[in-house]
Design a protein around this ligand. Sequence first.
Ligand code: SF4
Length: 294
Amino acid sequence: MEALAERDLTEPMDELEAGEAAVELDDKEPQEVLAWAIERFGRRLGICSSFQAEGCALADMAWRIDPQVRIFTIDTGRQPQETHDLIDAFRDRYGLRVEVFTPDTAVVEGMVTRHGNNLFYRDINLRLLCCQVRKVLPLRRALVNFDAWVTGLRRDQWATRSNIRKVEIDHDHGAIVKFAPLADWTETEVWDYIRANDVPYNALYDRGYRSIGCAPCTRPVAEGDDARAGRWWWETGAPKECGMHCAIETGGFEHELAALLGGHQASGTNGADSNGGTAQNRIEPDNAATARDG
Ligand code: SF4
C-alpha cells in the first residue's frame, strides 16, 4: 500500500474503466470501495468532507485503510464554531492533516461590499451567488490537486441522487473520477458506524440538527421533518442545492458572478461549460425544487 500511496502520478480513468469499476464495486461495502480507490489513485485521491455525519464516517474508514490518506474541506467562512471544533477533534484523534480550501478573498470582498454579508436571506439568486463564491469555486480550485475525489453522497437523500454510481467520471471537474462509497447506505447505517467506532461528530447533531452547513443557513428540524428541512428553510420552490455536486442554472446569479470575477467565465476550470455544469446534471428552475445538496 505504501509504495502505491506514495506515487504522485496516476493513469487517467476513462468511461470504460469507470463503468466496469462501477459494476464491480456496486455491491461492495464502503470500506472496499475506499480501499479500491486508494489503491488506484494513492496520493492523487482526496476525501472531500464537510464534516457532516457521512464525511466523518468516510474519514474514519479511509484513515483505517491508509493513515496518510488526503482529506480536504471547504471552509466557507460562515461555518458554525462546532464544525471548526470537530475538525480540530479529527486532527487530534487521527493525526490527520486536513487540507483546507477557502474562497477567494477579493471575490468575497466584492460580493459583501455589493450585497452585504447576509445577502442569502434576500433573494434566491443572491443565495446561489454566495454558494458559488464560498463553496463551488473553492471546490473547483481544490479539485485541480486531485485525479479522483470521494464524496458522502447517498442515493436515498433525494430523488435526483437515486441513480448515482459508486464510481463515475466527473465531467463538471475536468473528467476526474468521483467516488460515492456510501451510495447505498441509509442515514441509520451511517450513524450505526459512527457509534460503533466512536467517530467524532458535530455537536449540533445532539441539538436537533440533521444536516449541517453554514451557520446562517442551517437550523434544527422538528421530529418527523425531512433531514434537510433546516437548510435554507426560508426558501420555497427553490433548490436545496448549493451547486457543488449538481450545477445550477437560473439565469439570475451568473452575470453577477461573472462581474465579481472580473468579467471572466464563471466556471474557471477544466471542461465545465460557462456555468460550470453539464447538460447531464444541470439543475434548472423547472426541476430545481426537487434537488438537494450541500
Ligand atoms: Fe453562503 Fe449560506 Fe451558501 Fe454558506 S450555505 S455559502 S452562507 S448561502
